[in-house]
Design a binder for this molecule. Structure first.
Ligand SMILES: Cc1cc2nc3c(=O)[nH]c(=O)nc-3n(C[C@H](O)[C@H](O)[C@H](O)COP(=O)(O)OP(=O)(O)OC[C@H]3O[C@@H](n4cnc5c(N)ncnc54)[C@H](O)[C@@H]3O)c2cc1C
Length: 480
């Protein structure tokens, strides 16, 4: 029975950071869904939040805690800002291609709820893709493509995972397994996330008795481009608003003032204001007319390309926007060393995990930082405390990968979460959502959809259990 030292599930920022920082003498393999299905990292535009200097670390922590609406784990937020500062310095010193000014100093953008401009970027608005490539080029471990459909857990230890590669299934045995499989945005009908992000590993963890935390804290991005029927919506990043783009209605009126907000309010409040405006009066737009079109194309190449694709070729005036599911603050509960609680040999990092650093609402551009920081923490923990599992084999799961009702069930999950566990929630509607999702468990569904369904149930259960509206979890008052 071949056994490796570390199996990493995923190939986004968190997975690549863990792989990059693991010592070369450790046998590591990465397993990820095929790259064509996408990962959130490659879409991350705005950048990576990072203290400007050591004196700014306290302020970065304070901004993180404030955005998190009193629900952050203060220690995790401190680790994020402190280790994030030194990690970004390490990456910059290694030649990470951050955008810089004419004197070589990294450029820093202002994003919502940051008290100062501290967001680093690469390639204008291609930060995730460029930093991902930078790490990928330096990772020497093999990556194979397939879907992880189960974890091999017994007696308080994780022994590996089961991979399904186009129906061919096998167990991979590893002394340590690192879950870096991202969030669950593709379980929503309107999202900025690509189709791979179906939250299966959160479902597997829950089905295997692991704790999921803060699942109801789901962040909606206020300014997704609202142009076509596809579930994945292009993002019009915060950095645009940081550089002066305005949110307006059909008559070019800045309606946010009616809601006591402005363009740089935290995402949860802004999403609610835009959602309420769209519900009551029609449409919302991002007014980009203040930009010079050549500057815009150079500074925001991704946004420029997307707007052009939708016929909003510069010089344009305004782009229709709507809130879309964006980021999961909740996930698999871990300790400060990225260990999954109560198990030996299992770690979770990045958007799949809940470190508590983001509390009820993630501060803009803190997630790439979290993925990189906790990827390194997992690598360091494994290097310093290598787990050695006793020899053990497991039968290979024979439940079918796909079921005849998969498409219909996934579509019901997406609509149910979108309508009932969205930007503004109601108690009765959440309870109906729970009943709808529970009824889906009897349908003929495959292994992967069953895992996603468990994750969807956990989101709704967590929202029902939550006693108050806080941060990104907002329940209409009359329904409380
Ligand atoms: C449009 C957009 C813009 C964003 N902009 C920013 C930004 O500017 N700054 C910022 O900090 N954050 C941003 N974010 C959030 C940030 O991109 C993510 O939180 C971060 O990239 C998550 O990294 P990750 O490695 O945890 O997961 P991901 O990058 O999502 O990677 C998950 C990986 O797991 C794999 N996977 C999933 N399920 C399975 C399975 N069952 N088996 C095998 N493999 C699996 C996927 O294929 C993928 O490779 C943005 C997100 C989006 C969608």
């Amino acid at each position: 029975m071949p056994q490796i030292d570390v199996l990493i599930i995923g190939s986004g920022a968190a997975a690549l950071s863990a792989a990059f920082f693991l010592p070369a003498n450790i046998r590591v393999a990465l397993v990820s869904k095929p790259r064509r299905l996408g990962c959130n990292t490659e879409f991350a535009q705005g950048g990576i939040a990072c203290a400007i200097d050591e004196n700014d670390i306290e302020s970065h922590i304070a901004d993180t805690l404030k955005a998190g609406a009193g629900r952050c784990d203060a220690e995790a937020a401190k680790i994020l800002a402190t280790k994030g500062f030194s990690l970004m310095k390490t990456l910059a010193d290694m030649g990470a291609p951050l955008d810089r000014d004419e004197n070589g100093a990294p450029l820093r953008a202002r994003e919502a709820a940051h008290s100062k401009p501290r967001v680093l970027r690469a390639g204008g608005d291609q930060t995730g893709a460029i930093i991902g490539e930078f790490l990928l080029e330096r990772v020497n471990h093999p990556i194979c493509f397939g879907e992880i459909v189960d974890l091999l857990i017994d007696g308080g230890r994780c022994y590996g995972a089961t991979i399904d590669e186009d129906g061919k299934r096998e167990n991979i045995y590893a002394h340590n397994v690192v879950i870096a499989s991202g969030g669950f945005g593709a379980l929503y009908d309107v999202t900025t996330n690509p189709p791979a992000i179906l939250g299966e590993l959160q479902g597997i963890a829950a089905l295997r008795g692991r704790k999921l935390s803060d699942m109801h804290f789901t962040q909606f991005h206020p300014t997704a481009l609202d142009m076509d029927g596809a579930a994945q919506k292009p993002l019009l990043s915060e950095a645009l608003r940081g550089e002066g783009a305005k949110i307006v209605d059909e008559n070019n009126r800045r309606f946010l003032e009616d809601y006591g907000e402005n363009e740089l309010s935290p995402r949860d409040r802004l999403s609610r204001a835009i959602f309420a405006h769209i519900e009551s009066s029609g449409r919302a737009y991002l007014d980009l007319s203040g930009f010079d079109s050549r500057y815009f194309a150079a500074r925001f190449p991704v946004a420029n390309r997307q707007l052009t694709l939708f016929g909003l070729k510069p010089p344009f005036r305004k782009a229709p926007i709507a809130p879309a599911f964006h980021y999961a603050m909740g996930g698999i509960a871990v300790d400060k060393n990225a260990r999954v609680l109560g198990l030996r040999g299992l770690y979770a990092i990045g958007e799949a995990a809940c470190t508590g650093a983001h509390g009820a609402n993630r501060l803009a551009s803190n997630s790439l930082l979290e993925a990189l920081v906790f990827g390194k923490i997992a690598a360091d923990t494994i290097a310093n405390d290598p787990n050695a599992n006793p020899a053990k084999t497991f039968g290979v799961l024979d439940e079918p990968r796909l079921g005849k009702d998969d498409d219909e069930v996934l579509s019901t999950i997406k609509k149910t979460l979108g309508r009932r566990a969205g930007v503004i929630r109601e108690r009765a509607s959440l309870k109906q959502a729970a009943a709808i999702l529970d009824a889906l468990t009897d349908r003929e569904i495959g292994l992967l959809t069953r895992r996603s369904l468990r994750t969807a149930q956990a989101i709704v259960e967590s929202a029902i259990e939550a006693e108050e509206s806080v941060g990104a979890h907002y329940v209409k008052e009359e329904s409380l």
